[in-house]
Design a protein around this ligand. Structure first.
Ligand code: FES
Length: 342
């Protein structure tokens, strides 16, 4: 039996078929909701059920706490309606027109950025371009049905190559291939662009960016995009890494600092080293979210974009909420570990 869903505050409506999730039905009918993993882990698709009921299945997905469910929240990538719904969720207008494509591509270059980070540049066939929004990701399609997600580290205007920052995970199927086997001209297949992590360009608020490790990649894509459009307000990047070597883009940081003047700053935050500088910038020790709050104790007037490991995202979300950041001003991409295909 189909159910009707009304989205607030827009008043848009759509229909959910039997056994469809709210997110699947919304996307199928052209409504771009925020989402990331689509498997209940990351929490990106969370929204409020104002009226009606949803079923999340026999066990609560990890991205939703019991307290949140009791408070009327739902994960729309997992939630199946059990009656007509009225829901509150942020709609994304800009992604609606972007076609997700599956394309072959060749390795154009491999550049070592740090001991454990490789820049992988992919070239599409000459007749193809991938339209995307800065901050989105793509999936590498591997033999046997596995896929690996990587954020795009370049901006849409600079799309000769698709640029990925790949961290070498010991035993990781694709990252080991990147570090040990792949060579220029190797053939890969990708699907993209994916995800709803991109900049709200309508917002008048200053922007903070928080990246952990290669979480810098999508933030770089966003900052390149914003710089190309002309920065007119604070853009402060907090880049967390274990040691100074993890701040692996010194030339980019120097150029951005030089060209954007007072509108761009970067603070390296090192968790395992007391180095005073990283990439030529004054660094501080600790965790990125603590560094943000030390400088911006009241976050109510900011938009915050963050990307990186799930533990960093979870700690920062809680801390930032406590500092007055409204949930709709927080955008994040949690780098969940790859789940093997079934
Ligand atoms: S929890 Fe729904 S998209 Fe990740």
């Amino acid at each position: 039996m189909a159910f009707d869903v009304t989205i607030q505050p827009s008043g848009h409506t759509f229909e959910v078929e039997d056994d469809e999730t709210v997110l699947e039905a919304g996307l199928r009918q052209g409504f771009a909701f925020p989402y990331g993993c689509r498997n209940g882990a990351c929490g990106s698709c969370k929204g409020r059920v104002l009226q009606g009921e949803v079923d999340h299945g026999p066990t609560l997905p990890p991205g939703l706490s019991e307290a949140e469910r009791a408070d009327g929240m739902a994960l729309f990538c997992q939630a199946v309606p059990v009656d007509d719904l009225e829901i509150e969720v942020r709609e994304i207008g800009a992604a609606r027109d972007i076609v997700v494509k599956t394309l072959p591509c060749r390795v154009a270059a491999l550049n070592r950025l740090a001991d454990d980070v490789m820049e992988l540049r992919l070239q599409l066939p000459v007749t193809e371009r991938l339209q995307f929004l800065a901050g989105q990701y793509l999936d590498i399609l591997l033999k046997g049905g596995d896929r690996r997600s990587y954020s795009l580290a370049n901006a849409p205007h600079d799309d000769e190559h698709l640029v990925l920052h790949v961290r070498h995970l010991p035993g990781g199927r694709f990252s080991t291939m990147v570090f040990e086997e792949l060579a220029p001209k190797a053939l890969l297949r990708i699907e993209g662009p994916l995800g709803s992590f991109f900049v709200d360009e309508e917002s008048p608020r200053p922007r903070l960016f928080v990246g952990g490790g290669t979480g810098f990649g999508p933030l770089k894509g966003m900052l390149d995009h914003l710089a190309a459009e002309g920065m007119d307000r604070t853009h402060h990047l907090f880049w967390g890494a274990r040691t100074a070597e993890g701040i692996y883009a010194p030339d980019w940081l120097a150029q951005m600092t030089r060209e954007q003047g007072e509108h761009f700053r970067c603070t390296p935050v090192l968790s395992e080293a007391a180095a005073a500088t990283a990439a030529g910038l004054p660094a501080i020790s600790g965790w990125p979210h603590d560094a943000v709050l030390a400088e911006y104790p009241d976050l109510s007037g900011f938009d915050v974009y963050m990307a990186g490991p799930p533990a960093m995202i979870a700690a920062a979300r809680e801390a930032f909420q406590g500092a007055g950041l409204p949930p709709e001003q927080l955008y994040y991409d949690s780098f969940e570990p790859a789940v093997p295909a079934e």
